[in-house]
Ligand binder design. Structure first.
Ligand SMILES: *Cc1c(COP(=O)(O)O)cnc(C)c1O
Length: 372
């Protein structure tokens, strides 16, 4: 089976995990502290906090910025459901903005139009763009828009560790950047994530939120604020630490494979059977997703691929198409791009363990089923 994705855990990480398990120091020890320093160093930002998931990272960022009841946050109409869910969990309202058909990122002109025509009772508080599948397109523009309209910027960079928009590393441009280390992401710790910032007081607040609002002093524990338990374990941090030095190499490999797909699948695009994703220089290629044309039935394609030993998947969710967000239906008609990606997006196998011949085989099978 050619898998959609396949975590490659280095042998050195496996050895270190068993040492940690035997040591008795399982949570929030030196491995976590060092991983945080290495992450901040890798990203070139001031502070990084490791947390238990990407969703936890987003939750901490929203809470640290004071987002809650009476507020609204702008999110894209094509992402994993967590992006919109977590806004609603804080009591704020997730407002969906449509995305672009080729970068899959939030459309800047629609974003500005939504901000300018805002006349809901909620207070518009933040923009939470997603760098979908590691695509850094518009990161700088999102920052400019946030500054211009005095809104917070939270980057959902869950898929985008190592991506960059020109010289800006994904995750380091907004008030907060949030990463996931789920097995579907390029760097994985099983479950896990990180929240990063350049702002000292936001860092302080995020740190307290992560660990029960608690600080340890010479005089004992002080409970400074309310908080959660979103800690990472030391054995998870140990895995992440040993992947970080090879991450850029992996990204380069993924990009080469993605370019191979693009050249092999170009004829299918010319026949208007599929459309291909937009590749940009700083893309971290967490997922390679194509979009099937209206006439092509996605389940048929997925079944054909599966029968030929190839795993494929839907790419992500059009938030407008999820039942939970019905109260946002007022803007539905303008959410057609995300809707189309929801129904016609097809993620193809892409990971460090694949070879060009695998990409050729997948492309050949796709050609066969689509040209039937
Ligand atoms: C994976 C993902 C998340 C959630 O991360 P978890 O670690 O699974 O909680 C959030 N947003 C996006 C865009 C994601 O891809």
């Amino acid at each position: 089976m050619i898998k959609l994705s396949q975590p490659q855990i280095p042998e050195s990480a496996i050895e270190r995990v068993s040492e940690i398990l035997k040591s008795g120091q399982l949570v929030h020890g030196e491995e976590c502290n060092t991983f945080e320093k290495e992450l901040a160093n890798f990203l070139g930002c001031k502070h990084a906090l490791v947390v238990s998931s990407g969703t936890a990272a987003l939750h901490i960022a929203l809470l640290a910025l004071g987002v809650g009841k009476g507020d609204a946050v702008l999110v894209p109409n094509f992402t994993f459901a967590a992006t919109a869910n977590i806004v609603e969990i804080t009591g704020a309202k997730a407002i969906i903005v449509d995305v672009e058909p080729d970068s899959y990122n939030m459309d800047c002109s629609k974003l500005i139009a939504t901000i300018k025509s805002w006349n809901y009772p909620e207070r518009l508080k933040a923009i939470m763009p997603v760098l979908e599948f590691g695509n850094p397109t518009h990161l700088k523009k999102y920052k400019n828009i946030a500054d211009q309209y005095n809104l917070h910027l939270i980057e959902d960079a869950a898929c985008a560790l190592g991506a960059k928009d020109n010289n800006m590393m994904a995750g380091t441009v907004g008030d907060f950047g949030c990463f996931s280390f789920h097995p579907r992401k390029t760097l994985t710790t099983g479950e896990g994530g990180a929240v990063v910032t350049n702002n000292d007081s936001l860092y302080e607040r995020a740190m307290l939120l992560r660990n029960h609002g608690m600080i340890r002093t010479a005089d004992g524990l002080i409970f400074k604020s309310i908080g959660l338990n979103y800690r990472l374990t030391d054995f998870q941090a140990a895995i992440g630490r040993r992947m970080l030095p090879i991450l850029n190499e992996w990204i380069e490999k993924r990009k080469k494979l993605a370019h191979h797909y693009l050249s092999l699948l170009k004829p299918l695009e010319e026949k208007q059977l599929i459309s291909l994703p937009k590749m940009v220089e700083g893309h971290s290629m967490q997922t390679f997703m194509i979009v099937l044309s209206d006439e092509v039935e996605r389940p048929d394609v997925m079944k054909y691929l599966y029968d030929h030993g190839i795993e494929s998947a839907v790419g992500a969710q059009g938030i407008s198409e999820l039942g939970n967000f019905n109260h946002l239906s007022n803007g539905r008609n303008s959410l057609i791009i995300g809707k189309n990606l929801h129904f016609k997006g097809l993620a193809l196998p892409l990971h460090e363990g694949l070879f060009k011949k695998d990409i050729r085989y997948v492309s050949l099978c796709l050609k066969k089923i689509l040209e039937l």
